[in-house]
Design a protein around this ligand. Sequence first.
Ligand SMILES: C[S@@+](CC[C@H](N)C(=O)[O-])C[C@H]1O[C@@H](n2cnc3c(N)ncnc32)[C@H](O)[C@@H]1O
Length: 295
Amino acid sequence: MFWKRKKPTSKTVATSDPQFEHAFGRKFIRNSHYSLPVDFEEMNRLDFQHFVLRLAMRGNYAAPIHNPHAILDIGSGTGRWGIEMAKAFPKAEVFGVDLVQPPEGSVTYSDERPPNYHFQIGNVTESLNFSEHSFDYVHMRLLFSGIPAVAWPHVVDEMVRVTNIGGWIESVEALPLRNGGPYQTMMGNWFLQTFQLRGIDPYIADKIPDMLNSRGISNISVKKIEVPIGKHGGRLGVLLSTDGNAMVKSLKNLVVSQGLATEELYDIAVSRVADESNTSHSMQPNVITFGQRIT
Ligand SMILES: C[S@@+](CC[C@H](N)C(=O)[O-])C[C@H]1O[C@@H](n2cnc3c(N)ncnc32)[C@H](O)[C@@H]1O
């Protein structure tokens, strides 16, 4: 079996900044559960992914927010979502929090950034630097692969803690791809194995509604959006496959450094996945959950 587990290879190289390391030409946070790169290339992917998600969700949010005074985006990435929200709600103060500063050149440092968007370094698995009841709307999108299963109860506690009475919490998380071709399935299995090795729950999206409910959050709504990947999904499907093809490149270090595939096999799989996304009928499920803090 040519895909059987290989001896781990380690090609990480230290950088002058001890917070980061390089592998396969990409920049990563050292000793972090977050295993996607944090470089300019990844920022471009995240921006692109933002546009695709906005199209798929038909907007930037699903919760019934009207005149929020303060909005928090946890794991803000490039800052693009928060900046668009700051423009949509010019009377609100919008805060993005992330483990690392967005790289130079990202929208956070551009003329597009309005004065009511603020960025702060923070780690949601520790504690957020905001007092209780600070925000009317707390948003978190696509952090499932960076937060260990054991940390989720604390993360949800933090989201609830900083939400004002009457305020809304919204989570957008992906589930594993469905109905993939052989290489998409092989790649998906590598990801599932790395998640297992790192204590990540790839099905956390389905558990967030209960976690919010058990903390007294009311008016919970759950929407599942299944986006077709590739040509069978029309324009949106082709855009999503472009994002997916870039994402599998971003995850190379994770799979190869765990010894789940050789570098050569991984590179072959990346190009086969790109081909397959045009012929298979794969689907990407996303779960949007929102609810209101009433006590
Ligand atoms: C996949 S990106 C998604 C970015 C953004 N939410 C979006 O949808 O475009 C995940 C982001 O979460 C950040 N992140 C990961 N773990 C985190 C943590 N424990 N606390 C705060 N941010 C975190 C990463 O640095 C990265 O910018």
